[in-house]
Design a protein. Sequence first.
Lengths: 430, 301, 326
Amino acid sequence: MTVPPRRRVALGAALVATLMAAGCGGSGSDDGTITLDLGLFGTFGFEEAGLYDEYMELHPEIRIEEESVERSADYYRALQTRLAAGSGLADIQGIEIGFVADVAANHADAFVDFAARDNADEVLGHYYDWKVEGATTSDGRVVGLGTDAGPEAMCFRRDLFEQAGLPTDREQLAQLWSTWDGYLELGRQYDASPTKPEGSAFLDSPASVFSAAVYQGQTAYDDEDGNPIPESSDGVATAWQHASAAAGEGMTANLIQFGDEWNSAFANGAFATISCPAWMLGYITGQAGDEGEGVWDVAPLPGGAGNWGGSWLGVTESSEHQEEAIALVEWLTAPEQQVRMFTEEAHFPSSQQAAEDPAVATATSDYFSGAPVGQIFGESAAALRFTPIGPYDTQIQEAFTNALSTVAEGTSPDDAFQAALDEIDQVVGG
Amino acid sequence: MTTLASAPEETVSAAAPVAPPRRRRGRGGKVTAAGPLTYVLLGLTALVSVFPLYWTAVAASKTNAELAGTPPPFLPDADLFTNIGRAMEEAPIGLAIVNSVVVASCITVGTVLCSTLAGFAFAKLRFRGNGALLALVIGTMMVPTQLAIIPLFILIAELQWVDHLQAVVLPTLVSAFGVFFMRQFLSQALPDELLEAARVDGASTLRTFWSVVVPVARPAMAVLAMLTFLTAWNDFFWPIIALTTDNPTVQVALAGLGGGYVPDTAVIMAGTLIGTLPVLVVFVVLGKQIVGGIMQGAVKG
Amino acid sequence: MTIASDDPRVAAAAAPPPAPPPGPPVRRRRRLTRNRWGYAYVAPFFVLFACFSLYPFLYTAWISLHEVRLSDIDGAEFVGLGNYSALLQNEFFWNAARNTLTIGVLSTVPQLAMALGLAHLLNYKLRGRTFYRVAMLMPYATSIAAATLVFAQLFGHDYGLINTLLEAVGFDRVDWESGTWTSQFAISVIVIWRWTGYNALIYLAAMQAIPGDLYEAATLDGASRWQQFLHVTIPALKPTILFTIVVSTIGAVQLFGEPLLFSGNGMTSGGVSNQYQTLGLLMYDQGWTNFHLGQAAATAWAMFLIILVVVGGYALLARRRARAER
């Protein structure tokens, strides 16, 4: 049997059409429920903490659907495209600290302004001031409500310190490394120790010093208007001085943070300290595994308070269920829920009220040798001031930390600094 | 898929009387048996090629800490199935596989069809402007595509296709590579006299295409189908922008796996593993097609 | 821009003796080849092409004449050829161009040579040939996530298998990632791994279309296997080889995924001192990390011009050689 060719083409076309139609069916039922979409990236954890289920029980008319992309870079690329096209946005979008300045400066009108709402005092009042300022535009709009924060501390390996003959008491260490100079001095002692494990370094990467210290200045990468000032910022200058000293003296393992070797190094004891935002504790637990239990410990960060990371939830103006979406965001970010996110998912609250809740403030970590993590991170968060941020902070930081790696490989600090500035010129665009 | 694959065979037998005396196609693969050295070389290459997939299975059953141990583990264990279960829970992988099968199949069928038609025309038919058109096709291969996604997304958004599968299928269907590939293949493999003979026997152009061109093009079509399917299956850059995890392809669904500040490598790898399995099935089916194409030539020859 | 092969040897392969009777075929050929049906055949492709390729590409060209940020496309400012002249003075562009060239040569040449050899082996009468064919394509089927994991581990400085082996035979550990040559070599290895099987299969398909009697004739003439490979297989594969060279060149200039995955942490700078940043990665860096669409578009079109010159060079060479042999 032969099918005439012409008909066969038609058959093929029909097949293609049917397959396509089969694929795009299913747009949702109309039984009075409202579906709210959340577009998020990997780090939120509401679903895992059971918050969606609880909310849907409280509000049976609401259905919550989360679309999550694991890597924030992939997420942000999609969000940028959708914002540029003015289409395809979810009801609620997650906004990370790395791009909140861009959203505030360039896309504020795509998001609901929380400062303009009647209950603004109530929903914004329980936060640390710096958290709200991070999402505030120059004309006073607030583009999102804060979820977690990343107050910083210094994590260290008790076993390696002991072998190298360094003190292991976290309060004593806090005294010794109250400044970065004190920290580097301990690093020299560690390096010089004949008994330290062979091949182990004092810290993972010069980035550990740089990215923590840079936010301890009056300014980090940007001026008040969010314009990059890498050459004149006091934060950059001091951070570079300390970090390039660490790199140049060879006390770092010079690993690329979040690279594969860095991940492996947690389990293999390749370094003794790493500056750690609250969320890094989970990272260390995951990478070092059960064998790391009781080996790691936490002490306050040298040089004062610092913050790395944290996110916001914004409600899009294009949402068809704006009021419902706002209610959900307000609930998810309320102090009670932030406390739960800490106890269940170890996300540190950006709400001061939540951070002062005993469930957070008195928390200790068995894995980290019983360290009073709630207190350490809480004090760091309470001591933070708002440092101006800009749309290119992530890229600028990468330019500096890349340059520091070359210092560890033998480039002179001045040449490396110049290379970083060239790279930043390229990033910011003349 | 099936209609396309089985069609040429029927047509070949139907067209046999009009076909010219055939030369034997297909090379001396049947004449020359492989020596042991060939097997050793191919075996080594196969080992190197398959190793990452095997390693995926190992990584899918270990924690990050276990993977980093010295010496590294070399065998997967029972946690593999636990992690596959977790991956299936975390992301709608079932739906994603169905979607990917639909998307990749549509793209494959469409690309092979369009490319064979156009490749044949460029290889064997002379029409005004064919050189310029071919240059245009090859030219588009040279422009990197990453930037095109912004205008493309604006277009897709206007058409209200965001989150619908045709948003991935239609733009990906356009394969300059495919057209160029079929053109180069057919210009070598399709002797002009075959076309002449069909013409003399009064076959219409379309009939000539089905009864003469397609049978000759078959191994190349199978290879193009395989490559296209794989490219479509692994495509990530555009789908993650055009779709969401609401209605994802496999790669989009996998991108949502292992979330949290600590990426859970084991779960990501477990998801990757089940996401690759359907590809293996396609391999076996199309792989047979390529082999089948040669055998047929040999029998008929 | 003709990639068309008027190579006499291919013509010979396609039309071996006995020669067709003189006269009629010529007339018939003319009738066949002047054919308006051509438009109908290319139409399906070109309709889709116009919508989903041509329009975005022209848009890219227009963008390249503007200073424009991803977050503010409507605020584009016309700068004429400003992005292009800035590119020519940009050390990052020249660095990426150099890296692209070295990685391109290091990866393409061995890749195609090995693919040709593999295809030849696969074309023998083999037990379990489907298995080998499928296995060859596994690298191309392996997802980026899995490949990243494997190669980042293999080339790791402290725990990598390759360094462990080097150390075992008495060499020093190599810091693959941070060196210029070592990182480019490692990336070439990934490229070769990923694409050799792909090209082998393309060659294999073409080998299967070579008429068996050509080999029979060669065997009768007492040609060894190697001579057959050189004098029958290679000439008959010429259009396909040309095809793979063109496609690999395009792929090499646009190389992007492998250097991106080699860093293991998704950075787009191509190493801490850009030691393995390729043009494709630079464009991605400009457009999607730094959000300067105008610059990225200019880089994209510069890449287009580079490929155009190289491929045009090939075409010219091929034509000149064909003419010389005639």
